[in-house]
Design a protein around this ligand. Structure first.
Ligand SMILES: Cc1cc2nc3c(=O)[nH]c(=O)nc-3n(C[C@H](O)[C@H](O)[C@H](O)COP(=O)(O)O)c2cc1C
Length: 201
């Protein structure tokens, strides 16, 4: 398959080591300059295939345009940014991540590019954000990008009361805490089962 061939999507999550961080670095236009091994694992592209390509090589068609518009507006204002993103792999699968975008500067303080660090998100985060992205995409397709963007700003104002950046960071932190509590509880129960039932095994 050629790198420019459009990828057909498959409704299946790719397997990757979700304890790790996916890292990429770009120039100021979003051209990939560096990708770590975890990026290769999750995206199913080799480092060689990724380097020099525009970052939209992994853009998933389920993502609304407004998410990237907000990203680039923040970067142009020289602000760091967070986003929850569904990415597309080489074979058409997907993976969901929260991404921390930061600005890189040269020794004179000029912006030289950007770094993105991505962590896996709990399923409960996906369950909350996916319907919102679908609504935004449906509006975008039927009424256009501008209307989708205006709806998004009104939604954040009226229903969330936070900027998109604050919304995704808070959502990720709250849901990660809940997930950790559940995991700790499951571990405690498993521990107790071992204590009470180990003689019978
Ligand atoms: C550092 C950095 C990392 C990015 N990471 C992703 C990413 O993981 N997935 C993605 O779809 N776009 C990512 N983008 C945004 C893309 O450059 C692009 O704007 C987006 O894929 C939308 O594509 P389009 O502008 O062709 O519609 C990143 C941009 C930067 C600067």
């Amino acid at each position: 398959m050629n790198i420019t061939t459009p990828v057909n999507t498959v409704d299946e999550e790719v397997k990757w080591n979700k304890n790790k961080t996916i890292v990429s670095k770009t120039d100021t236009f979003g051209t990939i300059l560096y990708a770590n091994d975890v990026f290769s694992e999750a995206s199913e592209y080799s480092t060689l295939e990724l380097i020099g390509e525009p970052h939209n090589i992994i853009r998933h068609p389920d993502m609304p345009k407004v998410a990237y518009k907000l990203l680039w507006e923040a970067l142009k204002r020289e602000e760091n940014f967070h986003a929850i993103v569904k990415n597309l792999t080489k074979s058409g699968k997907y993976y969901w991540v929260i991404t921390d975008f930061t600005i890189d500067r040269d020794e004179d303080g000029h912006i030289s590019g950007y770094t993105a660090r991505r962590k896996s998100v709990p399923q409960s985060v996906v369950d909350k954000i996916e319907p919102l992205y679908k609504t935004l995409l449906d509006i975008e397709k039927t009424k256009g990008e501008k209307v989708s963007e205006m709806y998004f700003h009104a939604y954040l104002n009226e229903e969330i009361g936070k900027s998109y950046d604050e919304f995704v960071v808070d959502l990720f932190e709250e849901e990660s805490k809940k997930e950790k509590k559940l995991l700790d509880k499951a571990k405690r129960i498993k521990g107790l089962q071992w204590f009470f039932f180990s003689d019978y095994e």
